[in-house]
Design a protein around this ligand. Sequence first.
Ligand code: 13P
Length: 246
Amino acid sequence: MKQMFCVGNWKMNPSTARDAFRLAEAIAEKTKVYTRVTTVLCPPFPFLAHLSSLSVTLGAQDCHTEQKGAFTGEVSPAMLKDQGCRYVVLGHSERGETDQMVKEKVRAAVRVGLVPIICVGEEKPGTPDVLQERLRLRLEGIPAQTLSKSIIVYEPVWAISTTKEGRGASEKDVSSALLLFHSFLEEEVGQRLGSAIPILYGGSVNEKNILSFLRAGAQGALVGGASLSPKEFGSIASSMQLYEHI
Ligand code: 13P
């Protein structure tokens, strides 16, 4: 059975370091028994250092393309590594970045040993051609050695809980999108490397619908809103632990 990934993207939550610590502590307690699941918490930058004493795997929500220099307000991959991060979410649709920018960030992250979690998704449902093109624009040209050290997330913009449509994708939507992802990756980096790259799903994931995304073939999930509830996030991780068909 494959390793699963349960990644919590806290976005700009919670408001204080104290609440962040409590939340991470409660999640660590709920998820530590799920040995098959790599649980990653991605808090806002200022909370990373506060959480490094806990036994949680940390990720960041973004990084810069350079490791240091005159870039006001930015945070480098090297700094994240130093703060104990192992993962970094890149290209989230809420950031509105260009594909070129995302590719440069992916390379910069891998250079210091961070695992990029690269988001790819279309704006409107039922537009597979747009999704195919997005995949190409976002991932084409990233060296095979770099891409094979990454995690890819199918995160349709329309399925994110806080967007206007915000309704989550169906099992069928996700399974047909994942087929596109698998064939793209295998063409890009070869069958052996391509089939080993984990592909997750993100968008309105909760404890009730997680199984449908696993059935669709996702090797885990990028969870927004539900990652702020230890009970719900723990229950999502538990479904991953128990799922036997991947
Ligand atoms: P929701 O789970 O709240 O839809 O957020 C998804 C997301 O944007 C994760 O990165």
